[in-house]
Design a protein around this ligand. Structure first.
Ligand SMILES: [Zn+2]
Length: 137
């Protein structure tokens, strides 16, 4: 029974994926401002508003990432609106030192890593921004 259920979920997953066009990559500079929604400035100086799932939105709310060059995977929902793929697909990577890195947050006290900014789930102390090589995760 368990096997059947897994198979069904897999089949449903495939059908869902088939409905979507393949993800495209959007590269540019993060523009994180207080009032306006998060955006990405392309090489052609075009501003594209970024959207994503809840964890991705939280990461985009982290002003420490303002000005970073990033690579976002996802889909345009309008000519100036880009929906980033869910965070577990590593839809948003940050370029640092010529390499693409994952945005993670680290608590030194508890050695706990999280993928959204904010207080540590354990000790409630503020986590530090820690850009990681995806191959090392
Ligand atoms: Zn902690």
């Amino acid at each position: 029974m368990r096997f059947c259920l897994c198979f069904l979920m897999l089949a449903a997953g495939c059908a869902f994926a088939a409905d979507l066009p393949p993800s495209e990559a959007l590269r540019g500079k993060l523009v994180l401002r207080d009032v306006q929604p998060p955006a990405l400035e392309t090489a052609a100086h075009k501003l594209v508003t970024l959207d994503g799932d809840e964890p991705t939105t939280k990461v985009l709310g982290d002003k420490r990432l303002n000005g970073f060059n990033v690579e976002a995977k996802g889909h345009f929902t309008a000519p100036d609106h880009f929906l980033i793929d869910p965070i577990h697909t590593r839809g948003l990577l940050v370029r640092q030192g010529g390499k693409l890195r994952m945005v993670t947050y680290w608590c030194d006290t508890c050695s706990i890593r999280s993928y959204t900014p904010g207080p540590c789930v354990c000790c409630q102390r503020e986590t530090t921004l820690d850009l990681r090589d995806p191959d090392e995760m």
